[in-house]
Design a protein around this ligand. Sequence first.
Ligand code: C2O
Ligand code: CU
Length: 574
Amino acid sequence: MGTLLDCRRLLITSLVLAFFVSLTTPTVEAKIRLYNWEVNYKYMSPDCYQKLGIAINGKSPGPTILAQAGDTIIVNLTNGLGTENIAVHWHGIRQIGSPWSDGTEGVTQCPIVAGDTFQYKFVVDRPGTYLYHAHYGMQRETGLYGSIRVLVKDGEVEPFSYDEDRSIILNDWWHKSTYEQATGLSSIPFQWVNEPDSLLIQGRGRFNCSLMTPSSPGAGICNMTNPECYPYHLTVVAGRTYRLRIGSLTSLSALNFEIEGHNMTVVEADGNYVEPFVVKNLNIYSGETYSVLVKADQDPSRNYWAVSHVISRLPQTPPGLAIFNYYPNHPRKSPPTPPPTGPLWNDTQNRFDQSLKIKAHHNYIYTPPRTSDKQIILLNTQNRIDGITRWSLNNVSHTLPHTPYLIAVKENLKNVFDQNPPPETYDYKNFDIYATPNNSNATYGNGIYRLEFNSTVDIILQNANMISANSSETHPWHLHGHDFWVLGYGIGKFDPEKDPKNYNLVDPIMKNTVPVHKYGWTALRFIANNPGAWAFHCHIESHFFMGMGVVFAEGVEKIGKLPDSIMGCGETRG
Ligand code: C2O
Ligand code: CU
């Protein structure tokens, strides 16, 4: 009962702390961190090609939220877009006690309409590396994203040490607008988003402008000498150890990240301490965060490449490049060697092996309950519904209702979504995961899974073949409102009789995002102890847009009055 115990422990610790604070020094008191953000359209050239994007206070990535565990974050978010709604999600923050601040349009709030200011207010209850990003349509792709770094409380220590703390976000980037992409995905014939034009490291990439012909759109505004697309540089001093917090917010790509000539020790994943292990390069999926320790222990007279590569899909995008810059070399001086080529894109075993290596740190093991109260098996397939290409779970392709679930469940609005829950399993005895699926009976659906409060829930994600023959792809699944234990991974079809016997109940890592490998399965367990309505979805932007998600609701009756600020759409118009 890790999480529950954790909360109780937290409560007791804070009571004890409060007592001592009143006697001694006020420095451990939780702080309020106030941010005023204005979101606006902006021409940006992160990869040298100018595009209309969305920025926060003029910046993309947006400002980093910096806090200490226990602090309250207040973000007053003004929608300055004029022609578009927004919502911003705090990825990895569980929103304990503030389910209306999760920022998920259609699930926890109405969209923030043009001109409005919405206040997000939540507690960052534990240290770790988190992210924030738009959660409305496919808006995340426009550049509305950033980092959240939560440090330990004063006087607390982490199970590793370092000299400097840095954050970077890895991303993929398209020149086509997100609106065109979304339209293409819902058109007949289907128009796929295609591979990204560039990979970005901390908002910077490099598109080869000479590939543009004078007639291609924007050919005149691709400028490789624009300082906006100078490669990101990470300046280091020889002998020092760096904690590098790496987050991925790609819209499509699975990535491999490597720093030329330097090993990385993985110490944190999605806000949880990892039993340390050393890698030459790191596979990272959209929605995941890792902290790695890097020692600047190579020849300091030169610079080195930091590089991201597309993996799991046939790469058609040049690698993302940043410079690992040894002080006092010039930060833009290119390293004398070619960038590392990374692992083979189609080495599924390499990725599977890394997944298995990620275990809880031996001093931070939260033991999962030995059994679960409910098991939901979700078959991931691609199919067509009325000619539209969609993703489905157990043959249901999810659509968001116009009235957010949190409000509909709390206020018992029965006409907002289908009151029948979606199926909890599929015909696994007869289904061939290696064949092109025949989901002729697939449908749209907006029903949700209502979980009994405090019950233990197992989710098994089963991957399969897509609509085209001999293809299956990696899906990074992300859960809002919770961390889950990662109990196991497998390749092939999950066997509900046999496979649970091999679950790791000893030292499983807790995470909020996890890959489901090609033709494989992943088993998760969590306790439904956080009152609210929570999205669980593939973090690939186009896949979620195409229906690859479900929603859980638990303990909603325990929530007090919902704030008026989340209302205003659908049936909530007062
Ligand atoms: Cu980072 Cu629902 O997503
Ligand atoms: Cu997916």
